[in-house]
Every structure is written in C-alpha cells, then in structure tokens.
Design a protein. Structure first.
Length: 233
C-alpha cells in the first residue's frame, strides 16, 4: 500500500510533466539546442544512462525489463535493441507520448510496451531487471526505499535505481532552487546519503534476501546522481 506522501508526490510529478514542463523535457532529451545549464544535465543523464546500460547484459534476448519512470524512452530503446522485452511506464502521459513517437525504425515495436501509470502497479508482473533512472529522486527517502523493496519483490536479477546523493553542494543547490527557472521547476529533489538509503531499504520486509551491488556517482555540472544496483543475496 502506497504511503500518502508517495501518492501526493506522484500526483505532483504527473501535473508538473503533463501541464508545465512536457515541452521543456522533450527538448532536453532531444538533440535540440539548450542552455549551458541544461546541457550539463543532458550530458550527465547520458553518462548515467550509459552506466546503467553497462550493468545490463549485452544480449538481453528473452529477458524482460521494467523501465520504471521511462520518460521519453531512451533507455527503453537501448534495452530493446539488445533484445529485451520492455515495459516502459511513466506517470506523465505527455512523456510516454513522446517516447512512442521517438521509437526508432530499427526497434521492433512489439518489444516495447509503453504505458502511462504507476511504476509500482503489481499488475505489471515480474521482470528480470528493473531500472528506475532519476524517477525516484523526488520522493522522500522512506518512500524511495519502500518503492525499491516493492520493485525488488517482483524482480529476478537486479534492480538498478538512482538517487540524489546528500552532498553539501547538491543540498545547497536544491535548497536554493537553482536547477531550473521557477516557471518550470520540478517538485524538489530529495537528497539522501547512500548509507541512509541502504539502511532504510534493508529494513523493508519486501527487501529480505536482497543486498547492494555496484554503485557509481555521475557529476556533470548541474547534474549529480548516483546509481545503485540491488541484487539477490
């Protein structure tokens, strides 16, 4: 059962992307010119996506992947190119629509099932891998840990998620709200330390039998995020 704070933040994110920033994020995730600040976010996200993909098998034929918070679908596309059967889900229908439109001709559309909805919906089924890239960073640490445990309970091989590491510089920047102009600023990112996130995750009953794996921090200008792999013990 989702906590009230998780539900509230999910609705805020849906409203932000669908009503306020769909065009901004469609542009950010394209090749269109952007400001210097947004260019560093674009570059950082590309590095993070490459890191996550390097932790997935090169040949994913016959494997399933949940792209939890797929955005405009870049990671889903690369996983499908490796042969994975992907369920790509996001709370924002505007982003899912862009992802559908951007599906390249060399990717079999039967391999990518784009959906609008809640990444924690149990009806999505079980998967070999789950990736939640920069989709849980707006949630409170407790809600993030609960979400990761819920995802792990339906995953066979690995859950790979990102979080905003609690560093003095990042905390100050987020507190000041300088990442984007006020007109299209997203709901606040919630920095958390790696030790705190791992402790909260380990305390979740659904996380029993799981442990942390690899981790890597990407810092590029105004983008700072850390990937964390969770694997069966």
């Amino acid at each position: 059962m989702h906590s009230p704070s998780y539900i509230t933040r999910r609705h805020q994110l849906q409203a932000y992307f669908d009503r306020t920033a769909s065009e901004t994020w469609a542009r950010l995730t394209s090749d269109a010119p952007v400001s210097r600040i947004r260019a560093t976010v674009r570059e950082g996200r590309a590095q993070m996506r490459a890191t996550i993909l390097s932790w997935l098998p090169a040949d994913m034929t016959g494997l399933t992947l949940l792209d939890a918070g797929c955005g405009t679908g870049a990671l889903s596309v690369e996983a499908a190119r490796r042969g994975a059967r992907v369920v790509a889900i996001d709370v924002a229908d505007s982003l899912v629509s862009v992802a559908r439109e951007r599906l390249p001709a060399d990717v079999d559309p039967a391999l990518v099932d784009f959906r609008t909805g809640d990444m924690l919906d149990q009806g999505l089924g079980r998967f070999d891998y789950v990736v939640a890239m920069d989709s849980l960073i707006h949630y409170r640490a407790g809600d993030m840990a609960s979400a990761l445990a819920a995802l792990a309970s339906r995953t066979e091989r690995a859950v790979i998620s990102t979080f905003a590491p609690r560093t003095p510089a990042l905390s100050m920047m987020h507190a000041a709200g300088k990442l984007f102009p006020r007109s299209d600023r997203s709901p606040a990112i919630e920095p958390v330390s790696e030790t705190t996130l791992q402790r909260l995750f380990a305390a979740e009953p659904a996380a029993a039998g799981w442990r942390p794996g690899r981790t890597r921090r990407i810092a590029r200008g105004f983008y700072t995020s850390q990937a964390l792999e969770l694997v069966p013990a």
